[in-house]
Design a protein around this ligand. Structure first.
Ligand code: RNT
Ligand code: ZN
Length: 414
């Protein structure tokens, strides 16, 4: 049945000038970075207490992974239900150690277990220094802190994590992305907007003094508009990082939750690609604010995917997910978001972009709008099902039964 459904769909797309086989091949090559922190509400293994830095995970769903072994088991379950081979995005607080070193003393060996895990499964690894949930980040300032002792501590931490990233790249054979995000900001009207930015610039210069082969490690810097309790001023704003990245050959990371809700992150992609070899993304879903809801198959994500594909930039955009919902089954949250990101990319790969560009250039806006709308109800689902089948993963909502079973045999027992 599904064979016939796909064959018929293939013909429908072919008649519109779209090659479904080519789209399937392209999609199979793409690695998305799955964020480890959805598995335990950004907890990590330091046990320093509450999540800080103006971000928050709400909900109390049972079965949270509290040990590395549990988190790894949960990831295995998720990857079973997600087509393709991907990457895991780790934060420094997920180091697996007995000695619990300070963050500025972390070394590659503290991440050995993750490397082993990734290598056994053919996965890549990305890395993030963790500049929150720590006594030195308690006042909301890290790399821009006026106290040199604190600022230097965080500089050392970022340097240490870049070394870990290089190790990830070397061991897995897949380039590691090191992304720096800091919470730095102020709750109320600042007395000085320049000073903290001067210090942040200085810190980044120091961090990036260490040179690594880009085959193993690349760096991105992530901007933000505001955080909870840090509403009035964000040191690492978009303008700050966009300029820093351009001048220093670093990548900008755009998190689509980090802009005004009416601002289109999709629209930024072509401009960024025009002036940068590569960019990185944190794909999330903000509901009214940067709430980090699970990524759904909505207009926002489809528009982002469309721009990547239209710009022929699948190899120039490093895509990672970034959300944390503690109110639903956390493994399902991974599966839903990852599959939706892939769906969005497939949807974009199945649009007749050349034809649409031509219509725009010819000024045929009636046909452009009409086609855009008609393609929304093309039998896209049949191609997606075929992709799942070919990858040996459950088709449509079949994956949910696996999750329900996993809840019985594993999550429910925690
Ligand atoms: C916070 C940023 C940042 C974090 C992760 C945990 O607003 O989006 O990327 O979500 O590093
Ligand atoms: Zn982010």
């Amino acid at each position: 049945m599904s064979e016939q459904f796909y064959d018929y769909t293939k013909e429908i797309y072919a008649a519109a000038g779209v090659d479904t086989e080519k789209a399937l091949d392209e999609l199979a090559k793409l690695r998305i970075s799955m964020h480890c922190w959805q598995g335990d509400d950004v907890g990590g293994y330091e046990n320093t207490g509450a999540l800080s830095g103006g971000i928050t995970a709400t909900g109390n769903y049972p079965g949270k992974a509290v040990t590395p072994e549990q988190l790894m088991r949960d990831m295995d379950k998720a990857f079973e239900l997600i087509p393709g081979k991907h990457k895991i995005n780790l934060h420094a607080i997920y180091a697996i150690t007995d000695s619990r070193p300070e963050r500025d003393a972390l070394e590659p060996r503290h991440f050995e277990k993750w490397v082993e895990f990734a290598k056994e499964r053919g996965l890549g690894l990305d890395v993030n220094p963790t500049l929150f949930s720590h006594p030195y980040a308690a006042d909301g300032l890290t790399l821009s802190h006026p106290d040199e002792k604190i600022r230097k501590y965080w500089v050392r931490h970022c340097k240490a994590m870049r070394k870990v990233g290089e190790y990830f790249g070397k061991e897995t054979g897949i380039t590691c992305l090191n992304n720096i995000w800091i919470p730095d900001g102020l709750k109320d009207v600042p007395g000085d907007r320049m000073g903290p930015r001067i210090r942040l610039k200085e810190s980044l210069d120091e961090i990036f003094e260490d040179k690594y082969d880009e085959k193993y490690l690349v760096d991105s810097i992530e901007s933000k508009l505001f955080g909870i309790g840090l509403e009035s001023y964000t040191v690492g704003s978009h303008e700050f990082y966009m300029n820093y990245a351009a001048k220093n050959g670093k990548m900008c990371l755009l998190d689509n939750g980090h802009f005004h809700p009416l601002e289109s992150v999709a629209d930024k992609i072509p401009s960024m690609l025009l002036f940068n070899e590569k960019i990185a993304l944190h794909v999330t879903r903000g509901v009214r604010w940067d709430s980090d809801h699970v990524v759904t198959f909505d207009d926002g994500i489809r528009d982002i995917a469309k721009e990547i594909v239209r710009c022929n930039a699948l190899s120039r955009v490093m895509i990672g997910l970034d959300y944390f919902d503690a109110s639903i089954n956390r493994v399902a949250a991974w599966v839903i978001g990852m599959r939706n990101m892939q769906k969005a990319l497939l949807y974009a790969l199945l649009l007749p972009h050349d034809g649409m560009k031509k219509l725009q250039d010819e000024g045929n806006f009636t046909k452009l709008l009409a086609l855009n709308e008609e393609f929304k109800t093309y039998p896209f689902g049949a191609v997606w099902d075929r992709f799942c089948e070919r990858s040996g993963t459950p088709v449509r909502e079949e994956w949910l039964a696996e999750i329900e079973n996993y809840e019985k045999i594993e999550l429910g027992k925690r």
